[in-house]
Design a protein around this ligand. Structure first.
Ligand SMILES: Cc1ncc(COP(=O)(O)O)c(C=O)c1O
Length: 397
């Protein structure tokens, strides 16, 4: 179907509202899995065992295998998974942890929750992941100080440059905690997201590539000691009931969420492949309308994929001139978009005491003015993708 025939079909269709394109539509996935899902939930209800237990243990084993690590520890959210991971590797009051300025808030707040302090570093202008060159520069110019760990985030489903971070971690004796919340199934070279650090955090928030029917998260690690420690920490630091060796928290995993995730996990690779196909389709469609470019000044810049990365497109994020105007224009056509993230972490008011100023991390700041996530989910149709790109082409036309 060419774009002009699509356009005339769409114009009549939008009058009936039938061709809205949502940013994410989970109802399509539910329709395909409904029977199996209800049976899994019913199984938990029949057992009346709602916290930890058999489904959580089974999911931990299955996810450890999927990720290629020794252990996985289920918990209540990705934010808690980050806190567990940081605490297990020994991060606490007085320590500093280097992380990116362009991520969801939890990447930084989990550091603060351990008592440590985040050190924000700028992103690579292309991948928008934390820039290993800048991290190295920070370590060499400001000195190691109290820095004890690196927390790279695999943003939008593409791994950060883990080879460079590993070298830096070895040289400066730092732990790596991966924020793999957006990157289940992603790889850097041959290594899986979630298997490259001392520990890694996954989120199963409903919008993620592997998503629960509520809140859930998991930590992966190859260290039996860390895994054991995190199992205690998620249960109020308690090795046995009502005896507490340290202060933990309640971040146990809900059995219904584990049962839901066990139904979905076998589909993740196929879903990720479909996301990758949709990304390639968007790229082609942007070429067709003359909007594919990687030059600084072009109206639209397409996502950059590193040669080492197996990108799982949690999000397909373009960089757009007049981004907010474009977003309003697309909203007027019922096309969903989102901005991840409109204000970099170093400029959040809760971190003002850290002393960062506007201009300190220019690439993150520029990205936050330009990034725009387009509709992306496995069940997205080619027709919907045409419609999204047609809308963008008309805005710039
Ligand atoms: C990069 C990143 N880190 C951490 C989190 C926190 O996960 P959760 O929302 O499950 O607490 C999220 C998800 O929202 C995320 O995208």
């Amino acid at each position: 179907m060419n774009l002009s025939s699509l356009k005339s079909r769409k114009q009549s269709s939008t009058e009936s509202g039938a061709f809205a394109v949502p940013l994410l539509d989970l109802t399509r996935q539910y329709a395909a899995l409904r029977e199996e899902m209800l049976a899994a939930i019913e199984r938990v209800c029949a057992s009346q065992h709602f916290i930890l237990g058999a489904d959580v243990e089974a999911l931990e084993k299955e996810l450890a295998e999927f990720t290629g690590v020794m252990s996985a520890v289920g918990c209540a959210s990705g934010s808690d998974a980050l806190w567990l991971a940081l605490t297990a590797v020994g991060i606490g009051p007085g320590d500093e942890v280097i992380t990116t300025a362009l991520s969801f808030f939890a990447s930084a707040s989990a550091i603060v929750r351990t008592g440590a302090r985040p050190v924000f570093v700028d992103v690579d202008s292309q991948s928008l992941n934390i820039d290993a060159v800048q991290v190295e520069k920070a370590l060499r110019t400001r000195g190691l100080g109290q820095v004890r760990a690196l927390l790279p985030v695999h943003l939008y489903g593409q791994c950060a440059d883990m080879d460079s971070f590993q070298q830096l971690a070895d040289e400066f004796k730092l732990s790596i905690v991966e924020d793999a919340a957006q990157a289940i199934g992603a790889r850097w070279g041959r290594r899986n997201a979630g298997s490259m650090g001392a520990a890694a955090a996954f989120s199963f928030y409903p919008s993620k590539n592997l998503s629960a029917y509520g809140e859930a998260g998991m930590v992966t690690t190859n260290s039996p000691e860390y895994a054991e420690h995190m199992r205690r920490l998620r249960n109020h630091g308690s090795p046995r009931r009502y005896y507490h060796d340290e202060i933990g928290w309640n971040t146990r995993m809900d059995a219904i969420q584990a049962a839901v995730l066990r139904v979905k996990l076998p589909h993740v690779t196929e879903w990720n492949n479909r996301r990758r196909q949709h990304a390639a389709m968007y790229d082609r469609l942007f070429v067709d309308v003359g909007l594919a470019s990687n030059s600084e000044n072009s109206a639209v810049r397409l996502p950059f994929i590193s040669a080492h990365a197996h990108h799982v497109f949690h999000q397909y994020v373009i960089r757009a001139q007049r981004r907010d105007e474009l977003r309003r224009f697309l909203a007027g056509r019922n096309i969903g978009t989102e901005v991840y993230y409109p204000l970099p972490l170093h400029l959040q008011s809760c971190f003002s005491h850290l002393g960062y100023q506007e201009g300190d991390l220019p690439e993150s700041e520029k990205a936050s003015r330009e990034v725009l996530a387009l509709p992306m989910f496995p069940e997205l149709t080619e027709e919907e993708q045409h419609w999204v790109v047609q809308g963008i082409a008309e805005f710039y036309g």
